[in-house]
Design a protein around this ligand. Structure first.
Ligand SMILES: Cc1cc2nc3c(=O)[nH]c(=O)nc-3n(C[C@H](O)[C@H](O)[C@H](O)COP(=O)(O)OP(=O)(O)OC[C@H]3O[C@@H](n4cnc5c(N)ncnc54)[C@H](O)[C@@H]3O)c2cc1C
Length: 346
């Protein structure tokens, strides 16, 4: 179907692959925050590699976003526009993106670990005959200039470091693992329009209709500057009222540890951690949460972590910035009352 399917990537010409490429996924017609975060990740890799940071955006009318991508750190933007790219389909998007990649040979390609990109990136890996490390939470460059792809493994008990033998080195990265760069409109990028050749018969999926469902709390957590999460320390669902009061008082989104979600005390969209959301708010409160490694990987990029726990040996105290050892049923209402006073004065 595609002209690229016979092209083989491999170890033979590793040196000829240069640059860090970010795939920019759209959500509601705009670049997703998770992709903008990857431009920041790309700049971190650039510090060691010194290679260009580029971005690729595909859609029906997306050229207008090139300036925004430059402002968030893209030094070159590939813009692929076509009627048949209006909605994501694995066939069309793989055909177009694989041509961009093979035509420009970046040594690294980053995708956000969103539901569509998990599907898309694995199809891209098969098309490009290269590897894919899924669901990474951190990236770095080693002394051999290879990208080290870091992801939780063995049920979250360990962090694995993955290297790719072939090129490009491709990863999906969990949303929230990196903080996007400050918007700087003085940053400029070279814009490259891509010549898209697509025929309807190349695409096996037809999008007939798109229905949007609003999932309660789904987006809040990843975007929120303040998140407070409840753990098993609350004992049961009925005791969460003081948690909700606290969250409301400080304007925090409510998160939860996995067992809290499994018991149905809070909805699944609120789970933070390895099998939930990865978040990086400016301020994170872990309340009645022990701080297991599976919880930690989802929150450790937070700017400032405050923990409330009655066990001084709880693991959360090893990685929080500020720890209150005490009974949450006493500490939390007191804290809420004091904060209400501050709010009233302001
Ligand atoms: C494959 C896998 C994936 C996982 N994914 C996730 C994930 O995404 N997110 C996640 O959170 N977990 C995840 N887990 C589960 C994880 O291992 C822990 O079991 C879980 O995080 C523990 O939740 P918790 O801290 O709320 O409960 P607990 O470990 O039971 O801790 C409760 C804490 O509350 C404290 N406490 C009790 N009473 C009070 C009180 N009155 N005042 C103050 N403190 C009190 C206790 O001292 C204790 O530290 C995963 C596990 C596996 C195996």
């Amino acid at each position: 179907m595609s002209q690229t399917s016979n092209l083989i990537t491999g170890t033979a010409d590793i040196e000829s692959w240069k640059g860090i490429f970010v795939y920019v996924e759209l959500k509601d017609g705009k670049p997703r925050d998770a992709s903008l975060e990857l431009l920041a990740a790309a700049h971190r890799l650039k510090e060691s590699l010194g290679e260009e940071v580029s971005a690729g955006i595909l859609g029906k009318e997306v050229a207008g976003f090139a300036g925004m991508l430059a402002s968030y750190g893209a030094e070159r933007v590939y813009v692929a526009e076509h009627e048949l790219l209006e909605h994501f389909t694995p066939d069309a998007y793989t055909s177009v993106l694989s041509r961009i990649i093979l035509g420009n040979k970046p040594s690294i390609v980053l995708y956000p670990a969103t539901p569509n990109c998990r599907d898309f990136a694995s199809k891209m890996a098969a098309r490009l005959k290269t590897g894919l490390a899924a669901d990474c939470i951190d990236l770095k460059i080693n002394e051999k200039k290879q990208m080290v792809q870091i992801r939780p493994d063995f049920g979250g008990k360990d962090l694995s470091e993955i290297l790719t033998k072939t090129r490009p080195q491709m990863v999906t990265v969990r949303p929230g693992s990196f903080t996007k760069l400050e918007l700087d409109t003085s940053r400029k990028a070279k814009i490259k329009k891509v010549d898209v050749k697509l025929k309807p018969e190349d695409i096996r999926i037809r999008i007939l209709d798109i229905k949007q469902f609003k999932v309660e709390g789904a987006d809040d957590l990843v975007k929120s500057e303040i998140v407070a999460s409840a753990g098993m320390g609350f004992g049961n669902k009925d005791r969460l009222q003081i948690f909700e009061d606290f969250a409301k008082t400080i304007g925090a989104s409510m998160g939860a540890s996995r067992p809290v979600v499994e018991r149905g005390w809070l909805s699944r969209e609120r789970q933070v951690g390895q099998s939930g959301k990865t978040i990086a708010p400016k301020l994170y409160f872990a309340i009645g949460i022990s701080g297991s490694v599976q919880h930690r990987v989802g929150v450790e990029n937070s700017g400032f972590i405050v923990a409330i726990n009655n066990d001084p040996n709880a693991p959360i105290f090893k990685f929080c910035n500020y720890g209150i050892v005490g009974d949450l049923f006493k500490v939390l209402p007191m804290l809420t009352e004091e904060l209400k006073k501050v709010n009233n004065k302001a």
